[in-house]
Design a protein around this ligand. Structure first.
Ligand SMILES: Cc1ncc(COP(=O)(O)O)c(C=O)c1O
Length: 350
């Protein structure tokens, strides 16, 4: 890996040839500037939001770069990581020609995005202990396979992927390896961001939706080599991260103590919830987790799901996922919510 120009060669020809849209705020940044801005057809009356947001999110990226030990040119921000993942498809995968590899059971959006973008989705199941089958993956990756999607910790199983296997994929595959780390802050594992230094084909996505408690603002992050980020920036809508989101994200990233406190509480609750679930007679297996949810195998997932809904508790039935027959996924809630869940599970009819 590391051949000059290999990233450009992976990019769709249309994107390579594209002259990106240049917005008014690309040419002059309006924020805190004394100039008179009559260039973007904005309403001049100041209400704090009458100007377009910074399309490059410079101050927010500076903060993220500091927190994740990266440089701003290694960061692309999007309207949730779902937008970032979609941009990866649109930049690298030629419809009706290219393919990606996904490893079920995993986050459903990779398959949906492949479908939307008319890209073949080659599914290679995780092993029974939910780890990537490296040999199968490298064998099935063909000349048109542009990306492999790994999710660590994985949704819905909760486990982290084995770093040695991830490294083998990174080193054996000539396309991009996208590692979705939506849940990384709940894990004891360091995550794969440090490998960006040595592996130019690595892309890591993260989000403020989970550990940062900001699913409502929609802020997804993509970390990759500057060359990859530059291509993604060509395709992203100019103002894809709105001003309120940028403000709120900056506040969160300036108060990391609060985030760390909440993560600590959620991890403690996770351990307690796990212990409680193990005591429920109809729960047959509770899978290990590094995320803020727990997957458990029950006697009859459809029945238990309905019974819980009838008692006012909504969990996720993951039984339709490969290798997840009769499983329910429980998100870790507040201590009160977790107690309510356990107390309800205890009294369900058998
Ligand atoms: C693995 C994984 N990636 C990404 C997302 C979506 O993140 P966002 O809210 O940033 O779009 C989720 C949401 O559940 C997820 O489970």
């Amino acid at each position: 890996m590391g051949k000059e120009g290999f990233i450009e060669a992976l990019v769709r020809p249309t994107v390579r040839a594209l002259t990106p849209y240049s917005s008014a705020r690309d040419e002059y940044d309006g924020a805190g500037n004394k100039m008179i801005f009559l260039d973007a057809n904005e309403n001049p009356f100041d209400n704090g939001l009458n100007r377009y947001p910074d399309p490059h999110q410079k101050s927010l990226k500076k903060l993220i770069a500091r927190v994740r030990s990266l440089s701003p040119d290694q960061i692309l921000l999007g309207n949730g990581s779902d937008e970032v993942l979609d941009l990866l498809f649109r930049v690298f995968c030629e419809p009706y020609t290219d393919a990606v590899i996904t490893l079920p059971p995993t986050y459903g959006m990779y398959a949906v995005l492949a479908g939307i973008n008319a890209v073949e989705n080659i599914e290679i199941p995780l092993t029974p202990d939910f780890q990537p089958d490296v040999d199968q993956i490298l064998e099935k990756a063909g000349a048109h396979t542009k990306m492999i999607f790994l999710c660590s910790p994985n949704n819905p199983t909760g486990n982290s992927l084995d770093p040695a296997r991830v490294l083998a994929i990174l080193e054996g595959f000539t396309g991009l390896v996208v590692i979705d780390e939506a849940y990384i802050d709940f894990s004891e594992a360091e995550g794969f961001v440090p490998l960006l230094k040595t592996h130019p084909n690595l892309v890591v996505t993260q989000t403020l939706s989970k550990a940062f408690g900001l699913a409502g603002i929609r802020l997804g992050m993509c970390f990759a080599a500057p060359e990859i980020i530059a291509f993604l920036k060509r395709v992203k809508p100019p103002y894809n991260v709105n001003e309120l989101t940028q403000q709120r994200a900056r506040t969160a990233l300036s108060n990391l103590d609060k985030v760390a406190r909440e993560i600590g509480e959620l991890k403690a609750s996770r351990a307690q919830l796990r212990k409680g679930l193990l005591d429920i007679p109809f729960i047959e297996e509770v899978f290990p987790t590094d995320a803020n949810f727990i997957l458990a195998r029950v006697d009859n997932a459809r029945l238990r799901y309905r019974q819980l809904v009838d008692k006012g508790i909504v969990v996720r039935d993951r039984s339709s996922q490969l290798g997840c027959a009769n499983t329910l996924r429980f998100t870790v809630g507040t201590p009160e919510e977790n107690t309510a869940l356990l107390n309800t599970l205890k009294i369900l009819d058998t």
